[in-house]
Design a protein around this ligand. Structure first.
Ligand code: T46
Length: 144
């Protein structure tokens, strides 16, 4: 894995990736079983998010994701049902690993932000919990 940065919640793991840089510039490699702790089944990226728009506002029942701003920055708010934490993704060598049943919101996108997400599963709308009270119920029912 990347070097883990301390976090209040073990289901939210900020990551610091090693830059394999030389005089030509930087390079970061993401590799399954090395710095990506799951088999990647999907990659998507979010860009051109309009100023003052926030995204997310959901949790996943059974999905691990690694999020990295490969350009620009945004703030991720991550909530395990008991506490919230903000993680700034503001450099291509920083990421956050988000496990199951974590409510996420993305705020404060810079104009040039490209948020890339590696996911352990294919897109499946039935895996989303898009209502916060339902999320709290699933967490309290110990489905983690
Ligand atoms: C997440 C955060 C970080 C697809 O058809 N395929 C996909 O792989 C994805 C990710 C989305 N979609 C469709 C579903 C919606 O109709 O694209 C539309 C926008 O998705 P959504 O509103 O869920 O986007 P965000 O930015 O709120 O959330 C996304 C991911 O969906 C989510 O898994 O963790 O980014």
């Amino acid at each position: 894995m990347g070097v883990e940065v301390p976090s209040a919640n073990s289901d939210v793991l900020p990551q610091q990736f090693r830059i394999i840089g030389d005089e030509r510039g930087g390079l970061i490699s993401l590799e399954c079983a090395d710095n990506v702790p799951f088999v990647v089944k999907r990659v998507y990226y979010i860009f051109n998010t309009q100023a003052d728009v926030s995204r997310g506002f959901h949790a996943h029942r059974d999905l691990q994701q690694l999020a990295i701003c490969v350009a620009g920055k945004c703030r991720m708010t991550l909530d395990d049902g008991q506490s919230r934490q903000d993680v700034w993704l503001d450099s291509p060598d920083k990421g956050v690993l988000i496990r199951n049943l974590i409510w996420r919101e993305m705020h404060d996108f810079s104009e040039d932000c490209v948020l890339m997400v590696l996911a352990s599963g294919h897109y499946d709308e039935s895996d989303y919990i898009r209502d916060y009270d339902s999320f709290l119920k699933e967490v309290s029912h110990g489905k983690k």
